[in-house]
Ligand binder design. Structure first.
Ligand SMILES: [Zn+2]
Length: 192
């Protein structure tokens, strides 16, 4: 999956995660769905989600994030970390979780931003599991896990996925901000 796909999917995955948390009343974060678009915490949360969604590909020096953060991707390559290995596994998720927590401990980022980073990171793993090659979720074990979707990177299927994901993001944002009413639209269609 390329970085367009991971950015879009990361945003959708994060929106859905927030929606589920709000629906089940786990934490009151409804402002992340319908709060002011100028709310600093909201902006940082979703930006962090997109950044987090690109982080696992730091194991690939030629990836967008790998080029940008070359001072991380180059050493990873030097130490023999292969693409779609450690950073694309459950151990990778836990490591990223702990390392990024340091940014909160040192007061460099807010806890909400940290959540954004981590939800985004997990979205990348989910998205790459739609890829034909699958991921070694139980790294260092080599067994690869994947969904039945067999999408190859930069294929028309991936472009179609980005289109559907982007459409879903727009619909969720419009629905949450009451610009459209999905249940009314569905009622209209089904009653006709
Ligand atoms: Zn990846």
């Amino acid at each position: 999956m390329n970085y367009h796909t991971h950015s879009a999917f990361g945003l959708l995955f994060t929106l859905i995660t927030v929606k589920i948390i709000v629906l089940f009343d786990l934490v009151d974060i409804s402002y992340l769905l319908n709060g002011s678009l100028f709310n600093g915490t909201l902006i940082k949360f979703y930006l962090a989600a997109v950044v987090g969604a690109l982080m696992p590909d730091l194991d690939h020096a030629q990836s967008k994030m790998g080029q940008l953060l070359w001072f991380i991707s180059k050493p990873l390559k030097f130490f023999g970390i292969k693409h779609r290995g450690l950073t694309h596994s459950l151990v990778g998720i836990v490591l990223f979780n702990l390392l990024s927590k340091q940014l909160v401990t040192h007061n460099w980022i807010e806890i909400t931003t940290w959540w954004g980073l981590n939800i985004g990171y997990i979205s990348h793993i989910v998205a790459d599991m739609m890829n034909v090659q699958g991921l070694p979720l139980l790294f260092p074990n080599d067994k690869r896990f994947k969904f039945h979707s067999n999408i190859t990177t930069n294929s028309w299927q991936e472009q179609f996925l980005v289109f559907i994901v982007s459409l879903a993001i727009i619909i969720i944002i419009l629905q949450e901000r009451s610009y459209i009413n999905l249940s009314e639209i569905i009622n209209m269609i089904t009653l006709n």
